[in-house]
Design a protein around this ligand. Structure first.
Ligand code: NAD
Length: 704
């Protein structure tokens, strides 16, 4: 394709129209910047043209940079498109629909005027991929809307809706958007003769004001300290905006570029770019029929209105999909609906939801009492007690009433999907839809493929997850599926390290320092120690070699079930959720160590981190080896969205690639010698180490 086709220049009366036409979203790919420069030159050279409009073809203005180009050599531009827009002798109007993000908004900021349709969104989300805007965004935005508002936008990376952007001063006018091109041309004609040309770079009012408030930047740094822990980009963003206040425009641009360049190849930026692409890759289903395009579901049903069922129903209602809820009895249904109402009411009280919106969402959740009432739903999700007999009964009934083609999904945490599928006459339509608690909040939606689940069902179930705002990932059916199964050894090791001399608060501190929002023991106190206690009892009864976890067992038997009982791994003061280290826990640990003659030693922080994460890396390799996940990066996506793993570390397997397969294998093998069977290295891990292949290139041995 030649350049003029990527960016077109047309003249209508006195208006030169620059159209960026680079599908799908007009990213700043090769030729776009050059095309803009050439068009502005044409407009300035043509005496008939008095004013120009910069607009995007298709569904968006310029959506942003092409992320694949970061960290790679880039062309050297003799002229910079932002400068060319800035220096134009004739006014230029950016006409925004869809998205103006990153470099897209930066181009708009270099225009003299910005107009937008009401549904447009603008933002500088670079920080979310570990960098800062490098096209003048950190210099122009503070000049336009003030450094405080600019920092908030750049550090959060959020997408600002057009109406809000107008109030902030980013957008000059909101146009109806019935025909943006013509509306923008009208706007352009009206301002064509106005002089002097407004240029963001020349604005001094906000910057002068900010000079009187020197504490502004330190206050911002302080306010992000917790969330931006271990990260550089948010701080570089603040420093760059600081330069907009302290330095003349052209100097500030140089500072911005220096800070941008420092970040571009940082570990943080690499990890965040990896996470970005892993989230796109996870949606790809190997072997899926190419011509199969699933429809969005228009109605849903949930069986069981307990902890999970209620949250699942809310997930549908929240995005506007009507959902019916069926329970075993009227009182259970009433209790479930009351919990849903209470949940929404809490959000209203907190101010994150309006009363009107709460009412609208509640109206979408319809309690029903008979299976016949749900037969026409496009998808049904079962969330009843984790008991095989009950689940089989429910699926037999679903098979009898659900319309042909309906998706039959189960939220079971561990029961083999095949068991439910096999009681129906349509096992191909049955799959797991494993939510994480709280179901209306956690983003991971693990789609579990049973032996007979069709690929169409998998593709459709993945789409259901995306439609309700989740990140869908596929796992093969097995105990724990892929997400929980890969995390289970982490949990075992954190308990066993206690017996050897580590303390919960030490382990929590290490993991928080690594980047988790909360340490794993504090998390366990939140979800309750009794849940895994019951699972362990079941497993111990079934397996004589099951390694008992004495410390948590004893805590539960003492009534220490976590926050709900005021004590678990930590002690809690009444009405307060702050965990306090507890001597009682210490003495339980000491008792267990003495009774079983376990030698005590000290752990370094590094050993704790590696012991927890290597245990899971080894298990993840077994999952891949068995074909229970499509790719290592899918497991990373599961950890990012199911377990609060720090995004700027990419994911479990990405992190492990930073260590190297050889070293991970060496350590796992050593611990296998020391601790026995549970550390047996996976065959895949061994093979990767021997061939020097990174985890990200690991291929499952068998198809799912
Ligand atoms: P829960 O006990 O809170 O709720 C289960 C609900 O199912 C109850 O309200 C019960 O009355 C109802 N129920 C029981 N039998 C029924 C039947 N025959 N027909 C209709 N309703 C019936 O349990 P939960 O924590 O919501 O778990 C539900 C499922 O979700 C389980 O399979 C569990 O393994 C799975 N799960 C739980 C979590 C979690 O963290 N709690 C996470 C992921 C998956």
């Amino acid at each position: 394709m030649s350049e003029p086709e990527i960016v077109r220049f047309e003249v209508e009366g006195v208006v030169g129209i620059i159209t960026v036409d680079y599908p799908p979203v007009n990213a700043l790919g090769p030729g776009v910047r050059e095309g803009i420069i050439a068009s502005v030159d044409k407009g300035n050279a043509d005496p008939a043209v008095k004013v120009m409009v910069l607009i995007g073809a298709g569904r968006s203005f310029i959506a942003g940079a092409d992320i694949r180009m970061f960290g790679k050599p880039r062309p050297v531009y003799t002229r910079v498109s932002y400068d060319v827009l800035d220096e134009s002798r004739k006014p230029i109007v950016a006409a925004i629909h869809g998205f103006a993000l990153g470099g897209g908004l930066e181009h708009a900021l270099a225009c003299n005027y910005r107009v937008a349709v009401p549904s447009a969104k603008v933002g500088l989300p670079e920080v979310l991929i570990g960098i800062i805007p490098g096209g003048g965004g950190t210099q122009r935005l503070p000049r336009l809307i003030g450094p405080k508002a600019a920092m908030e936008m750049i550090v959060s990376g959020r997408h600002v809706p057009a109406e809000e952007a107008k109030v902030m001063g980013i957008i000059d006018a909101i146009l109806p958007g019935v025909d943006l091109r013509h509306e923008a041309i009208d706007f352009a004609r009206n301002i064509a003769a106005k002089r002097p040309l407004p240029r963001v770079r020349d604005r001094t009012d906000h910057v002068a004001q900010a000079k009187a408030d020197p504490g502004l930047f330190d206050a911002m740094r302080k306010s992000i300290a917790k969330k931006a822990r271990n990260q550089q980009a948010p701080y570089h963003a603040i420093a760059s905006v600081e330069a907009a206040v302290a330095q003349p425009f052209d100097e500030g641009i140089k500072t911005e570029w220096r800070l941008f360049s420092e970040l571009e190849t940082s570990d943080e930026a690499k990890a965040l770019r990896y996470a970005f692409f892993a989230e796109r890759e996870v949606a790809k289903i190997p072997g899926a029929p190419k011509d199969f395009k699933p429809q969005s579901v228009k109605s849903a049903a949930v069986i069981g209105a307990g902890t999970m069922g209620g949250g699942i129903a809310m997930s549908f209602a929240d995005v506007g999909i009507p959902v019916k809820v069926l329970e075993v009895a009227r009182d259970a249904l009433d209790r479930g609906m009351q919990r849903v109402r209470d949940n929404y009411a809490t959000s209203v009280k907190r101010g994150s939801l309006s009363q009107t919106e709460m009412d609208a969402r509640l109206a979408r959740i319809q309690p029903v009492e008979r299976y016949e009432d749900i037969g026409d739903a496009d998808v049904v999700i079962e969330a009843v007690f984790e008991r095989i007999d009950i689940k089989k009964d429910v699926f037999t009934k679903l098979d009898a009433v659900m319309k042909p083609g309906a998706l039959l999904l189960t939220n079971s945490s561990a029961i083999d999907t095949d068991i439910m599928a096999n009681v129906t006459k349509r096992p191909g339509d049955v799959a797991g839809a494993h939510f994480f608690a709280p179901a209306n909040v956690m983003k991971l939606f693990e789609v579990v493929k049973g032996t007979k689940t069709s690929l169409e069902t998998i593709v459709s179930a993945m789409k259901v997850g995306r439609d309700i705002g989740k990140i869908s990932a596929v796992a093969g059916t097995c105990d724990g599926f892929a997400a929980n199964r890969s995390r289970a050894p982490f949990v075992t090791e954190m308990m066993l390290m206690l017996e050897e001399g580590a303390l919960p608060e030490q382990i929590d501190k290490v993991m928080v320092a690594f980047g988790y929002p909360i340490g794993p023991f504090a998390v366990s106190d939140m979800s309750g120690l009794d849940i895994s206690y019951d699972t362990r009892k079941r497993r111990a009864a079934a397996d004589p070699n099951f390694r008992k976890l004495h410390v948590p067992d004893r805590l539960v038997e003492m009534g220490r079930k976590g926050q709900k009982t005021g004590a678990g791994w930590y002690r809690y003061e009444k009405g307060d959720r702050t965990p306090h280290p507890d001597e009682v826990v210490k003495s339980v640990i000491a008792d267990v160590a003495r009774e079983f003659g376990i030698a005590q030693r000290t752990f370094t922080d590094d050993e704790i981190l590696r012991r927890l994460l290597y245990a899971s890396v080894n298990e993840a390799c077994k999952i891949l080896e068995e074909g229970r996940a499509y790719r290592a990066s899918d497991i990373d996506v599961m950890w990012l969205h199911g377990f609060g793993y720090p995004r700027y570390r990419g994911g479990l397997m990405f992190w492990a690639d930073g260590i190297g397969t050889k070293e991970v294998y060496r350590q796992v093998a050593e611990w296998h010698e020391r601790y026995g069977a549970r550390w047996k290295p996976s065959a895949l891990l061994k093979a990767l180490a021997e061939s020097g292949t990174p985890f990200r290139e690991a291929k499952p041995k068998v198809a799912m």
